[in-house]
Design a protein around this ligand. Structure first.
Ligand code: AMP
Ligand code: MN
Ligand code: MN
Ligand code: MN
Length: 283
């Protein structure tokens, strides 16, 4: 790999069919390589079982690989996502922690299906399962694919706006991992904890500051600045947050599926000058 850390094409957030993406880990590695990615991480939700295949594919492609995960966590009664990068995927504490999160997903999926049924959408549990290669990891994304298939909505955004997003009946709340546990598992597994897509949380400015403070105190080190989940004006806002809190900056497409993701692997702009990339000492 050549270039300064900032100019390395790093894409450190995406999903395979092990969670709510649609491509295999190998197909993602291939796509990342073709998209010009030089340092890539697979970060499936609450699951590590795609990492061996991803690592092997990267070895064949001579593509830099960072083992990762995106942990569903709860802080102040809200869901936040914490990406763990450069973790040891065989670490028992992390593995057990993620298994405990997955265990809550099945009952939640049943409740999502009940809520959707009361809104006139039948058969969504079985329907969502058809889209889930890993039945332990039924997510709202799988329900969304079924709702689209059945013609209730015509875009993913519409599905979340009407049925599954914040404040909608299908957004069944559960207690995910506590923030302190999510960060601890990542750190104990030798990784770096990174706040995923901070622009997606509906915190006001005071809550956001409290969240960043709490995360830092717990040993969190990084924040996604340039992500497929942010609008370009948010790149600047979270670059400022990274500087203010001394966070390392991360970059990742959050790619899920060719037909769903508007940002492809490797196609995001570079981080702004002056930021310290989360990968600065990994290349
Ligand atoms: P879950 O972990 O089951 O709550 O599902 C969360 C997933 O839903 C996220 O990881 C995204 O992939 C997807 N998601 C959430 N909000 C939206 C949205 N507005 N549009 C498209 N996908 C979304
Ligand atoms: Mn997802
Ligand atoms: Mn996320
Ligand atoms: Mn994600």
């Amino acid at each position: 790999m050549t270039g300064t850390p900032l100019s390395i094409n790093a894409d450190l957030h995406c999903h395979s069919l092990i969670s709510d993406g649609v491509l295999t880990p190998s197909a993602l590695a291939q796509r990342a390589h073709e998209g010009g990615v030089q340092l890539w991480s697979l970060t499936d939700h609450d699951e590590l079982s795609g990492i061996n295949e991803a690592r092997e594919a990267c070895r064949r492609l001579n593509l830099g690989f960072i083992p990762g995960v995106e942990i569903s966590a709860t802080w102040a009664k809200r869901t936040v996502h914490i990406v763990g990068l450069n973790i040891d995927p065989s670490h028992e504490v992390l593995k057990q922690g993620l298994a405990s999160i997955r265990a809550g997903r099945v009952a939640r999926a049943r409740r999502i299906a009940e809520r959707l049924e009361s809104m006139g959408i039948e058969g969504s549990y079985e329907g969502a399962l058809r889209y889930a290669a890993n039945p332990q990891l039924l997510s709202r994304t799988h329900f969304a694919r079924y709702i689209l298939e059945q013609g209730y909505c015509s875009t993913m955004q519409e599905v979340f706006d009407q049925y599954l997003g914040e404040g909608r009946a299908g957004n069944v709340r559960v207690d995910w991992a506590r923030l302190e546990d999510a960060v601890r598992w990542i750190v104990e597994a030798g990784g770096r904890a990174v706040i995923a897509h901070p622009g997606r949380y509906s915190y006001d400015a005071i809550q956001a500051d409290a969240f960043f403070d709490a995360f830092k105190q717990l040993g969190g080190e990084g924040i996604e600045v340039v992500t497929g989940s942010h609008r370009p004006e948010q790149y600047q806002k979270y670059a400022e947050v990274a500087r203010q809190y001394g966070f390392l900056a991360s970059r990742g497409s959050d790619f899920h599926a060719p037909s769903e993701s508007h940002i492809d692997l490797g196609s995001l702009p570079e981080l702004a000058a002056g930021l310290k990339p989360v990968w600065h000492d990994w290349i």
